[in-house]
Design a protein around this ligand. Sequence first.
Ligand code: MN3
Length: 200
Amino acid sequence: MHTLPKLEYEYNSLEPFIDEKTMIIHHTKHHQTYVDKLNAALEKHPELQKKSAEELIKDLNKIPEDIRNAVRNHGGGHVNHSMFWKLLKKNVRFKGEVADEIKNKFGGFDKFKEEFSKAVLGIFGSGWGWLVVNGGKLEIVTTPNQDNPISMGKIPILGIDMWEHSWYIKHNANKSAYVEDFFHIINWEEVNKIFKNDKE
Ligand code: MN3
């Protein structure tokens, strides 16, 4: 059985960048639903119940066709959100190996922020924006729905939820203000940790 991970901080910890109400609904309703629907899908295929959600979505072609879409959407939703919560923390400085790599690749933090923001604001409909490692190189990619880059052989090290439920309560129609706020609460220590684990 997959379960909803507990947050390592309070629902109001990311204020004023992400409001408490959004965090409560996002975690206890949206994320919980992905977990429940993933578990429901796996009831038909008990042999897959021991696998982690990451393993399940890594090679979707191996998933039986009758539950493939459910695993893609709800398994993806579970993986994406579990990672997202850990990527958020206030007052973490942009530093470490990943910061050096970002500066090299994009020509500085501001350039990276500009490119990342442009990409994620260009998503039509619901989806996610990612910084991934692809063949040893950093790359900005977007995915529709709850698709995760690991299904395409890319390793996500940073991700932003661009579904309306992540920002609409606080930011209303101002999606770019949400992206701006997101940059204040990136847990660069966590991003660096994922980046370094991937290289080992
Ligand atoms: Mn979400």
